[in-house]
Design a protein. Structure first.
Length: 216
């Protein structure tokens, strides 16, 4: 049966890709470069938010301007790239993608030129009508504008869309185009924060797809 909302947009980092441990290690490498503290995975999940510069400023206890964030972002991504081959897909990612009865695409806030070949190495390219990453030199911003461009490229109305992701920012992006979101607890954000948002929340990607298919 085709769901009421016919198109599913997947998030990548922390959702389809199980890279929390690597993201925390890379974040700590960035903090260490300026004498900052380390964060645990649990602490990261409680405090992480976008814009990422705000998260960094909170942990470091000082303002992080564009220049400082650019350097921290570079250090983060250098460390992240070094460990990427250690990351696997979420346990039920393949089954969840297969279970969705409509069309689906992938939108990440990771750099587009690195995202596309990485998705290919996991054998996923053919599953998506479109794959988009960040087309900028520095990351860390919100997802809403990227989602607008992504849907324009697909020719899909936002009111037809469900986005499955692991952050409140994913839900905010979906709402900004008239879509809905299902939030996944296995990624970068603490489950308590996700449930407090009022959006549907799932502990597995399979459950997330079932919830997405049932949305009005």
């Amino acid at each position: 049966m085709t769901p009421a909302r016919s198109h599913l947009v997947w998030d990548w980092n922390g959702t389809l890709l199980n890279d929390l441990s690597l993201v925390v290690a890379a974040t700590n490498a960035a903090f260490a470069s300026v004498g900052g503290p380390s964060v645990s995975a649990d602490e990261h999940r409680v405090r992480f938010r976008r814009p990422i510069a705000d998260y960094y400023a909170e942990v470091l206890g000082r303002a992080v301007d564009d220049e400082a964030f650019g350097e921290l972002d570079r250090i983060f991504h250098d460390a992240y790239r070094g460990g990427l081959t250690t990351c696997a897909l979420a346990d039920d990612a393949t089954a969840a993608m297969t279970a969705w009865p409509g069309t689906q695409s992938l939108l990440s806030m990771w750099f587009h030129d690195e995202l596309v070949p990485t998705v290919r190495t996991y054998g996923l390219t053919g599953r998506f009508a479109r794959v988009d990453g960040l087309r900028a030199e520095v990351g860390g911003g919100r997802k809403a504008e990227s989602l607008v461009r992504h849907l324009a490229g697909l020719g899909v109305d936002g009111r037809e869309v469900v986005l499955i992701g692991d952050s409140i920012d994913d839900a905010d992006a979906a709402l900004s185009v008239g879509g809905r979101a299902v939030l996944y607890t296995g990624g970068f954000t603490d489950a308590v924060r996700l449930r407090a948002s009022g959006h549907p929340v799932a502990d597995t990607l399979g459950e997330a797809v079932a919830l997405a298919a049932a949305l009005p």
